[in-house]
Design a protein around this ligand. Sequence first.
Ligand SMILES: Nc1nc2c(c(=O)[nH]1)N[C@H]1C(S)=C(S)[C@@H](COP(=O)(O)O)O[C@H]1N2
Ligand SMILES: [Mo]
Length: 342
Amino acid sequence: MLIKNTAKSALKESQLTSETHYTNRRTLLKKLGIGIASIPFIPSAQAGLFDAFSGGSDVAGDVKGAFLRDNLQHIKNPLFQSLSPMTPEDKILQYNNFYEFGTGKSDPFEHSQQFKVNPWSLTIDGLVDKPITLNYEDLLKRFEIEERFYRMRCVEAWSMNIPWLGFTLASLLKSVSPQSSAKYVRFETLHDEEQMRGQASRRVGGGIDYPYVEALRLDEAMNDLTLMSVGLYGKTLAPQNGAPIRLVVPWKYGFKSIKSIVRITLTDKEPVNTWKKIAHSEYGFYANVNPEVDHPRWTQASERFIGDGNVFAQTRKDTLMFNGYGDEVAHLYKNLDLKRNY
Ligand SMILES: Nc1nc2c(c(=O)[nH]1)N[C@H]1C(S)=C(S)[C@@H](COP(=O)(O)O)O[C@H]1N2
Ligand SMILES: [Mo]
């Protein structure tokens, strides 16, 4: 975000999955009587529609997608199903920020395909009565998987609409019994210089001190919108999107939605998140999407929506307060000066 990226995207129009493709797929499944709850899940996010019907191959020697399939609950709240247009799948897979793999938008896609997501270990510790460590299978099996369509707004003023799969962070936190002294939740990304070229070289990794760290207040973490995502577009997450598990906080700038999480720690002090540490005058702890508080170097009043067509096409739209989720989250900030606490 500090580094200006002028590199052209690797996207080719011919590779793009359109929103209608996804919609049609769902309609098709319905017609076949398969229904959304039994979409076959494919471990590789690159598996296409054809693979989905043929059962798919276990590309990474991975756990079978049936775990996701068996747990998928299509949730009732229409809020999560009325987003249009959806950003095409290939753009969500190829236009990324994941500095551990490089700072260019196509670096994560190009340099993460060998990333190992299984075995995985996610530890939840700190001020909790029942700390646990979950393995890869637990992440997909233990909690009810829901599909949710969310807006995603990067602090760099571009945005997408993404159909996530995941479970609420609240359900995970309840299972570890937070202590009454816990006030914040701190998240940490994997640190593995052998797998992540940006961690092995400060130049490649944008000068960040890894591991990448993010944090939420406990009440933000417990909000029903806050998702632990394990998939998108009906498939398990691709490495570049934060496999095997990442956070999704749709009313905050994208940098809060930390990827490839290995540790979640409950604390009583406000943790220092990575981007605040790098440039606290530009990136704060809260990072709520707010069209009235500009970034020191650019406006936050509008955004470039990435839909069909070239990713740099200027399809601008107005940015919404809390990214359009004010009804769900505005109450969390009643007593907070949002200009000071950006
Ligand atoms: N570990 C880690 N998590 C991260 C980032 C990162 O560089 N490293 N980038 C963030 C930013 S700035 C954004 S906008 C989103 C992008 O998510 P996406 O590539 O899946 O769209 O991931 C966030 N999570
Ligand atoms: Mo971002």
